[in-house]
Design a protein around this ligand. Structure first.
Ligand code: GLA
Length: 383
């Protein structure tokens, strides 16, 4: 069955622009493990999901491009000369950013009409922004025969995020969204930008996401600050990136850097090694090890890298009381969004009920629980 949002954007496009559109679906992502390692040239383990952005687009003969954000019921028209980021531009900046980054490559884009909608909860740490960027670059590449490869497209999306949204993100989100595979997660080396695909089947267990509904805002300088710390420490170590550092290397400069910076760099070194341990444990089907690595990752993110928040910590701590959950951690950039949990399939509905009540009691607001399917990356939707 075709997704509801695909039908909706198609219908809305016809209503607004009276022509037949090209349809694109671009997914969001989860991440099994490997948080804040991507911009350190390290390893990550993401997967594209069945939630994302549906985008309908077609060339027009006007001076302007017209974009309709269906969820927000907002129309935005602009022309293709002198594109710059808007102040408080929100979704518009992701689209403008992609076009501008294509233009910087001296590739010409024509004017077009577009309608898009998404079913990724915003601020949940599931990369709705990467899904939007990828849908736009992929759609324009198809529409105007730009001849871009997927590898070029994700770099364009990433630069749009850097230069138009102000987040100096790594490549994980754009990669996972573009290259995702059905029922699989991708062990990605962020230095070579090459991945190995792993079929994901945890047998009696499954992944469950719990949204704290605390909206993270990555453009908050906290993300960029973390990246700066990592770059500063690796420069002192005279290494290209923290991926190349060991704990022993880091200890040689312990007295030269602040304790806070030491802890952050140590987290990255440890998390990077956890990703590889996780991929071994998947191959050997060691469910307890997988769970422990998730807990260790959360502990590092909470105490060393300091990107968690009380709601996420509560959600993870609660799972430790429950023997049916082998591991859990916060997922994505942090400061809100979701936890990812590895739970016994048979216990999902009972746990859902329990945690919802406990969360409400503690914070006087709701958490939201999702079960996602691991899915294919950005693609054209055939009629
Ligand atoms: C955000 C960024 C990614 C990555 C994660 C943390 O999602 O966009 O590049 O750094 O945070 O792992």
């Amino acid at each position: 069955m075709k997704k509801k949002i695909i039908k909706e954007v198609k219908k809305s496009f016809k209503k607004h622009f009276k022509t037949k559109p090209l349809l694109i679906f671009s997914p969001g992502r989860i991440n099994l493990i490997g948080e804040h390692t991507d911009y350190n040239d390290g390893f990550v383990f993401p997967a594209a999901i069945d939630k994302g952005i549906a985008l309908a687009l077609q060339k027009n003969e006007e001076k302007n491009c017209n974009i309709y954000a269906l969820n927000k019921e907002e129309m935005y028209s602009f022309n293709l000369t002198n594109i710059t980021p808007l102040i408080d531009g929100g979704w518009k900046n992701y689209i403008l950013g992609v076009i501008s980054e294509i233009q910087k490559l001296e590739i010409k884009v024509g004017t077009f009409n577009c309608v898009f909608a998404g079913d990724i909860p915003g601020g949940a740490g599931m990369s709705s922004s990467a899904a939007l960027e990828n849908s736009v670059v992929f759609g324009l590449n198809e529409l105007f025969n730009l001849g871009l490869s997927k590898a070029q497209m994700i770099l364009i999306s990433q630069k749009a995020e850097h230069n138009f949204a102000g987040v100096k993100c790594g490549i994980m989100d754009q990669y996972a969204s573009m290259f995702g595979r059905k029922k699989s997660a991708l062990l990605l080396d962020c230095r070579t930008i090459e991945s190995t695909s792993f079929k994901i089947d945890f047998k009696k267990y499954k992944l469950l996401l719990i949204n704290s509904n605390v909206k993270h805002d990555l453009s908050e300088s906290a993300y960029n600050d973390r990246r700066e710390v990592c770059e500063r420490v690796s420069a002192i170590l005279k290494l290209k990136a923290l991926r190349d550092a060991s704990k022993e290397d880091l200890d040689t400069i312990k007295t030269v850097i602040s304790e806070a910076d030491y802890q952050k760099a140590l987290y990255v070194i440890e998390e990077n090694s956890r990703v590889l341990q996780f991929s071994d444990a998947i191959q050997n089907n060691e469910i307890e090890t997988l769970g422990n690595l998730l807990y260790q990752s959360h502990e590092g993110l909470r105490t060393k890298y300091k990107v968690s928040c009380k709601e996420l910590d509560f959600l993870v701590a609660e799972t430790k009381e429950n023997k049916n959950i082998v591991g859990a951690r916060m997922m994505g950039g942090g400061f809100g969004g979701c936890t990812i949990n590895l739970i016994k399939k048979a216990e999902v509905s009972k746990f859902k009920e329990e945690i919802s009540i406990k969360f409400k009691k503690e914070f006087h607001k709701e958490c939201t629980i999702y079960q996602v399917k691991l899915s294919k990356g950005t693609r054209v939707i055939k009629e």
